[in-house]
Design a protein around this ligand. Structure first.
Ligand code: GUN
Ligand code: FE
Length: 454
């Protein structure tokens, strides 16, 4: 294993520090501190480059990426339901409300069994790391023990993770076999998980963070939403929930609270700088303005939305308005653990939003969303820097002070799916091909905080 803490890596690669501009690294020398943070990124024309390179080399503290390998930031998955991994790729043919009751709640209830949790969560975390996901924002289940096991596994495997015990106590929407018994139980369970994660002996560097996690408004009572809003303010934790995902869900909140999800969550004090809203497909222009003013983030889950949402999230508009948007796999609403698949899905659905999808309409009537497309840079930005900004964590970029969370993409591996042509592919085109065609065999190595984890 190539642990890079206290060492340097010599690599070509790509990252983005601002939307729209890819920074191409050509034989850059990245110096990494003992704590896994980047000390500096030196280019061949920097004055200290040659000296640092030979000094590190002499110390045996220089790792070089081979030709054909490119360094990318580790990917940030802003929305994962960890317990749903066993049903990845199944149960995709029913609407959200049926899927939850018939498939998802019964599966999540099985995490009362700690050994099942250990097996399932161990597989998920290893697989996500192998897919290049170095930071994951997880919904767990209502269970204390299983959720603690997920935190333990992330710490052992070295994945940066934000983990929430799911709060869901509304007896009208949650089955008796899978719900918190009361608002008190939902809130106390959340507090207990925060205590466990924050005082974990293996978590001194806060690699794993606790998250206040009301599942979504339909599954929570007002007392729970209010209590969790107060708790979020008091503990300063991240907050995650689902927002305006489908017509049914959006309509349910309008009927119960008389306002949209965004406004209701805001009223409960659940919209802050450290909040991530999953989906937000049906948000209004007013909702977008509110989310922006609170500094909250959005987890865009394009693959999941194709199955469970009623519309395409207007990614381009949200980015143009300056909202913090990252990508989410929404395992298992989205049937892929790969954020590369989700980058490609984001590109495709934005195109379909722009073009329209009804072949019976003429070109002028087919779409009302001219200019809705995004390009590979926006998709890459969302999966890396954008996700880091949404979480307000120093990840997703190669810059001093940021964590060395990264992956090496091997573009030459025979069993992989990237095919470069020396006389055609240079600079950003190589990144474009990586985004459109990379698969798991191309992900040669993965590091979190300088530690090799896959
Ligand atoms: N809304 C409430 N729970 C869920 C879930 O598990 N997945 C999705 N996609 N939406 C939800
Ligand atoms: Fe979800």
């Amino acid at each position: 294993m190539d642990h890079l803490c206290g060492k340097a890596i010599l690599a070509s690669g790509f990252h983005m520090m601002e939307r729209g501009r890819v920074d191409v690294l050509d034989q850059a020398l990245i110096l990494i501190g003992e704590d896994g943070a980047i000390l500096s990124v030196l280019r061949p024309d920097d004055v200290s480059y040659a000296e640092e390179k030979s000094r590190r080399e002499a110390q045996g503290a220089l790792v070089s990426l081979p030709d054909g390998c490119y360094l990318l930031p580790g990917l940030v998955d802003l929305h994962v339901h960890a317990p749903q991994y066993p049903q990845l790729g199944s149960a995709l043919d029913v609407p959200l409300e049926v899927w939850l009751q018939q498939h998802t709640f019964p599966l999540e209830a099985r995490y009362a069994d700690a050994s099942f949790a250990r097996r399932s969560y161990g597989l998920l975390v290893r697989d996500l790391l192998a897919h290049g996901t170095t930071t994951a924002l997880y919904f767990a289940t209502i269970h204390q023990e299983a959720t603690r096991i997920l935190a333990d596994i992330c710490l052992e495997a070295g994945q940066r993770a934000l983990i929430g015990k799911v709060a869901m106590d509304n007896a009208d929407e949650c089955p008796a076999f899978y719900r918190d018994a009361s608002p008190d139980e939902a809130i106390r369970g959340t507090e207990e998980l925060i205590g466990y994660i924050r005082s974990h002996p293996a978590n001194a560097a806060a690699l794993v963070k606790p998250v206040v996690t009301p599942r979504f408004i339909p599954s929570c009572t007002d007392a729970t939403l209010e209590g969790l809003g107060a708790l979020a303010r008091q503990c300063g934790c991240h907050v995650q929930t689902h927002c305006s995902e489908s017509d049914w869900e959006h309509g349910y909140v309008l009927a119960r609270h008389g306002i949209t999800d965004t406004d209701s969550l805001d009223r409960f004090g659940l919209l802050g700088r450290h909040t991530v809203l999953a989906h937000a497909t049906l948000i209004t222009a007013g909702n977008m303005a509110t989310i922006r003013s609170r500094g909250s983030g959005i987890a865009h889950c394009p693959l999941s939305n194709a199955y469970f949402s009623s519309a395409v999230f207007p990614l381009r508009a949200a980015l143009d308005k300056g909202l913090h948007v990252g990508l989410g796999s929404d395992i298992s609403g989205g049937p892929s653990a790969s954020l590369f698949d989700n980058m490609r899905s984001a590109l495709m659905v934005a195109r379909m939003l722009e073009l329209g999808v009804d072949p019976e309409l003429g070109p002028d009537a087919r779409s009302r969303h001219a200019g809705a497309r995004v390009d590979f840079r926006d998709a890459f930005y969302c999966a890396t820097a954008g996700g880091g900004i949404a979480l307000d964590l120093p990840v997703g970029q190669f810059a001093p002070g940021y964590q060395f969370d990264a992956m090496a993409i091997d573009t030459r591996v025979e069993r992989g799916t990237i095919r470069l042509w020396d006389d055609l592919d240079q600079g950003e085109t190589i990144l474009q091909k990586i985004i459109y065609t990379a698969s798991k065999p191309n992900i040669a190595k993965v590091w979190v905080g300088g530690r090799q984890v896959s």
